[in-house]
Design a protein. Structure first.
Length: 94
């Protein structure tokens, strides 16, 4: 039980949330935005939801990336939880 009490807050802490979009320069000279949504409990759809909220509707995906960044062992268990890094670069509008 003690291990479970540690595991739940640790997992929530690793979940992360979508970051605030930041301004980035695109290769064609135009401006876009980058948002990351890292963590085991998140998915690329969390980045997409952040883009839609930031743009107040429609947005166009320039690029998206998902990769595994290793993992960590949950204390007092033999469970290895993967760490995931995800990012989305987008522009607002269509």
């Amino acid at each position: 039980m003690r291990g479970l009490l540690f595991f739940v807050p640790a997992l929530l802490g690793m979940a992360g949330c979508a970051s605030t979009p930041i301004l980035v320069a695109l290769p064609d000279g135009s401006q876009g935005y980058s948002v990351s949504c890292n963590g085991t409990a998140r998915s690329i759809s969390d980045c997409m939801n952040a883009a839609a909220k930031f743009c107040r509707g429609s947005y166009k995906i320039v690029t998206e990336e998902s990769r595994s960044a290793g993992g960590y062992i949950i204390p007092n268990t033999n469970i290895v939880a993967p760490l995931a890094q995800r990012s989305l670069i987008f522009t607002c509008g269509r």
